[in-house]
Design a protein around this ligand. Structure first.
Ligand SMILES: N[C@@H](CCC(=O)N[C@@H](CS)C(=O)NCC(=O)O)C(=O)O
Length: 251
């Protein structure tokens, strides 16, 4: 079987969620860089990319052998888990699986707003995200963190129980990016259970490699990163990805 193609860039949170799953499960894949929002040749809004993902967003996964492609990070992750039999991260017990799906559905317009409210406005000035939208996103995120802290992560070590699932990978790429060691753009200290979970998640295989892009970007709380910093962070992330692929192929 030819390795699947993941379209995206490591800076994208939903792309990172899929990359982390592939790293964790040691599944080889090829990454094809796609510029989010651009209608240029390698853009997510180009005619060729829209054929694969009509929504025009990254990530998108394609199987070269069958021509099958699927968009939306959570659909990609559940597809991979289903097709590969990864029941550790996507349990086959109906109730445990429902908990994972519950979080994956909850994520949108709640935890995902971390990027809209705090990270994208600093990195993607070109998007001109209105202040009112940023403020509303910050309110959504704060409410969601309270829900995770007083509910999900009070009841269990990970979001859907005692082991890491797709829900944790999806949530961490949004919440984890805010921490002081990465962008440092939000105070997570009021949320003790969330902080304990963030710490646990740093020990999940693939965490460091998938977050190298943010470690390289560094603290953006005071100053927006330069184009050079962004380019270097991306370059470093791609080097790490290449090294990981080489290790999997035994080179
Ligand atoms: N719900 C989607 C969100 C994907 C998304 O927002 N991707 C951004 C990059 S982080 C994108 O492709 N933006 C380009 C655009 O909307 O034109 C998912 O989880 O895959």
């Amino acid at each position: 079987m030819t390795a699947p193609i993941l379209y995206g860039v490591p800076f994208s949170q939903p792309v990172r969620a899929v990359m982390w799953l592939l790293f964790l499960k040691r599944m080889p894949f090829e990454m094809v860089l796609i510029n989010p929002g651009s209608s240029g040749d390698n853009g997510s809004r180009s005619a060729a990319f829209l054929e694969k993902n009509p929504g025009g967003t990254i990530p998108c996964l394609e199987e070269p052998d069958t021509g099958f492609s699927v968009g939306e990070a959570h659909a990609i992750m559940t597809y991979l888990a289903n097709s590969q039999g990864w029941t550790d991260v996507y349990p086959d017990d109906y109730r445990l699986r429902a908990r994972v799906d519950w979080y994956l559905n909850y994520h949108h317009r709640n935890v995902r707003d971390a990027s809209v409210g705090l990270v994208a406005p600093r990195i993607r000035k070109d998007l001109n995200i209105p202040v009112a939208v940023q403020d509303s996103a910050k309110r959504n995120l704060t409410a969601a963190l309270s829900v995770l802290d007083s509910g999900w992560l009070k009841q269990s070590q990970y979001l859907a129980g005692d082991q890491v699932t797709l829900a944790d990978l999806a949530a961490y790429v949004e919440i984890g990016q805010l921490q002081p060691q990465f962008t440092n753009v939000f105070d997570l200290s009021p949320f003790a259970n969330v902080q304990r979970w963030l710490e646990d998640m740093t020990r999940v295989d693939g965490h460091d490699d998938v977050h190298i892009v943010l470690a390289e970007l560094g603290d953006i709380s005071e100053q927006a990163p330069s184009m050079d910093t962004i380019r270097n962070a991306n370059r470093r992330a791609l080097q790490v990805l290449k090294a990981r692929q080489a290790e999997l192929q035994g080179n």
